[in-house]
Design a protein around this ligand. Sequence first.
Ligand SMILES: Nc1nc2c(ncn2[C@@H]2O[C@H](COP(=O)(O)OP(=O)(O)OP(=O)(O)O)[C@@H](O)[C@H]2O)c(=O)[nH]1
Ligand SMILES: [Mg+2]
Length: 231
Amino acid sequence: MAAIDKVRVIVVGDSGVGKSSLTHLMAHNEPIHNPSWTVGCSVEVKLHEYKEGTPQQKTYFIELWDIGGSNNHRNTRSVFYNPVHGIILVHDLTNRKSQENLKYWLAEVLNKEGSNKYKQSYDDFDTEQIAGNSMIPMILIGTKLDLADDGRVNDQNSIFSNIGQELGADKINLDCRDSRSLVPGSNSSIKLCRFFDKVIEMRYHRREFTSPYSVDKRRLYVPSPKVYHSD
Ligand SMILES: Nc1nc2c(ncn2[C@@H]2O[C@H](COP(=O)(O)OP(=O)(O)OP(=O)(O)O)[C@@H](O)[C@H]2O)c(=O)[nH]1
Ligand SMILES: [Mg+2]
C-alpha cells in the first residue's frame, strides 16, 4: 500500500479559547471532556478525502498541531512552526481580546524563521504583506458559540468578516462541546473540508498561483494593546 501523504496544520490562539477541544472534535468527531492545559504542543491526526467524489479524490493525513496558548512558552513554540501548510486561527466568541490577538498569533507564525519581517509592523499589520508573502491557507474559528449571546457574535462577526475577507479566509463559529458542530454536510463541516482541500492543493498540487487570496488593498490595523498576549 502506497504511503499516505500528509500536511501539517497548526492550531493557534490565546490560552483557554478552546484549541484542544476543537482539535479533538475535528480529529474524532466527538467532544473532549475536561481538556487539560496544553504544555508546548499536542498533535492529533485525521484522514481527509481530498476532492471527495471527484476523479482526483485521494486520502491524506492531516496533522493537527495544537499549540499551547500560554505566554510561558512564547519563545520556544516557533519550533512547531516549520513547516506549516495551513493555519487555524482560534478565538473565543465571548472574549473579544482573543480575537484581536489573532493578528499577533499570525505574525508569530509567519515570523517563524525568526526573520521578524512582520515585527516592525505590529501596529499596522499589513494584509498585503501577509497575503503577498504567505501562500499558507488560513481559516478563522470562533468557539463557545453556546455561551455567546447573538449581539456579541454579530459584533465579532462584523470585525471578523473584515479580517477574514482581508486574509482571504473562511470563518466558522461553533460549540466545541457539541458533537453535531461538525457533522458531515453541515455548513461548518463543508467549510473545514474546503480549507483542508486548499491546504493539500497548495502543498501538493500548486500550479503557479500569484496569491490564493483576493486581498482587499486596505491595511489591517492592529489595535496596539500594550500587552503582547493576554492569557
Ligand atoms: N461552553 C463551551 N466551553 C468550551 C468550548 N470550547 C472549549 N471550552 C472549554 O474552555 C476551556 C478551555 O478549553 P481548551 O480546549 O483546554 O482551551 P485551549 O485553547 O486548548 O487552552 P490552552 O491549552 O491553555 O492553550 C475548557 O474548560 C473547555 O471545556 C465551547 O465551545 N463551549
Ligand atoms: Mg490546549
